[in-house]
Design a protein around this ligand. Structure first.
Ligand SMILES: NC(=O)c1ccc[n+]([C@@H]2O[C@H](COP(=O)([O-])OP(=O)(O)OC[C@H]3O[C@@H](n4cnc5c(N)ncnc54)[C@H](O)[C@@H]3O)[C@@H](O)[C@H]2O)c1
Length: 323
């Protein structure tokens, strides 16, 4: 298959492309290589991808309508997987416009060209943040998502409703993926696991929000990629033949207190974290915990990576990469 992966130099995009090569797909990757976090990490991921002959990279911004249209026109993609986005809840407080441009305008372009150039399946990243602060857990796909707490969450919720309209009107086959705190090798430096590891390793103080009184459903990146690879070959159900639209929670379905991460990292380095407590952050949600019955039924995944094992793999990578 000819697959377009947007945000290919990003954390999840990098792992996804590597997996797609194994199945003999031809992968086109695009990324605007912005400097939201360390560009060296994005370039290192890219140079690994570029070693594969079935990979072609274009430095391109999904909000650039003209260039994106040309790319779609020239290449007849079978599948498009949109991971390009401005990620991060806290950054969206100071920089909402970036989220509008990449996540809303950019996503509109992806939708429109997928329709115009008859893409067979469009998959796109959404987030657990669309659930806001729900009243009960684990959250299920049919839960209320009408009260996003951050503009990041609002932008992703917007993607889901735009996709629904395109699926209804133009019969564009779309699948939204609500990722729950994805972690693993080559992970993002703006995320807690990276920040904690870096601080404990270097004996510098780490900022802990709300005394660590948060819970997250940490999901190992290989499990995420496994799910996506299964979703790629989905057959439409009867209902989806009418409106080819679906949403999946992609989580581990185990919620863990943030401080547990600190303990695991402390044990690995045999060091004690120097904690600087800071107040609860605006826009943050208190807890995420995914009901994954819908995706599990489909992919029949039995064993999910435990937090201890996943963080162990992450720390081994971290030690080598930042040696
Ligand atoms: N990692 C997680 O825990 C998590 C959780 C929920 C949702 N998500 C979503 O999954 C997707 C991938 O996340 P990630 O963790 O790999 O993030 P990432 O920031 O590592 O990857 C996103 C990539 O997209 C690129 N990009 C950003 N705006 C772009 C634009 N306008 N045009 C082209 N490229 C652009 C960036 O340069 C980056 O390389 C994102 O949509 C994110 O919002 C991630």
């Amino acid at each position: 298959m000819k697959i377009l992966v947007t945000g290919c130099a990003g954390f999840i995009g990098f792992h996804l492309c590597k997996n797609l090569f194994k199945k003999k797909n031809y992968v086109f990757g695009i990324d605007n290589l912005n400097s939201y976090y360390d560009l060296q990490l994005k370039n290192d991921r890219l140079s690994i991808l570029k070693k594969n002959q079935s990979f072609k990279f274009f430095k391109l911004d999904i909000s650039d309508t003209v260039k994106l249209r040309n790319l779609f026109k020239k290449n007849n993609f079978d599948v498009v997987i949109n991971l390009a986005a401005q990620a991060g809840v806290r950054f969206s407080i100071q920089n909402p416009k970036t989220y509008f441009e990449s996540n809303i305008l950019g996503f509109y372009n992806i939708l429109f060209f997928s329709k115009e150039f008859k893409v067979k399946h469009l998959l796109y990243a959404s987030t657990s943040s669309v659930y806001g602060d729900p009243n009960f857990f684990p959250t299920i796909e049919t839960n209320d998502t009408d009260k996003p707490l951050s503009f990041y969450a609002a932008s992703k919720k917007t993607n889901e409703v735009m996709a629904h309209a395109f699926s209804n009107i133009y019969k564009l086959n779309t699948t939204g993926l609500r990722f729950f705190t994805v972690y693993g090798p080559y992970g993002r430096p703006d995320m807690a696991i990276y920040k904690f590891t870096n601080a404990i390793r270097k004996n510098i103080s780490l900022e802990l929000y709300n005394k660590g009184n948060h819970y997250r459903d940490f999901t190992y990146v290989d499990d995420v990629i496994y799910h996506i690879s299964k979703i790629l070959n989905l057959k439409k159900t009867k209902k989806e033949k009418i409106i080819p639209f679906r949403i999946f929670n992609i989580g581990n379905s185990k919620t863990e207190k943030i401080t547990k991460i600190i303990r695991i990292i402390e044990n690995h380095y045999n060091k004690t974290a120097k904690i600087k407590n800071v107040r609860f952050q605006k826009g943050d949600v208190y807890k995420t915990f995914a009901n994954i019955n819908k995706i599990s039924k489909l992919t029949k995944i039995k064993k999910r990576t435990s937090l201890d094992k996943g963080i162990g793999l992450y720390l081994n990578w971290f030690d080598k990469y930042y040696e």
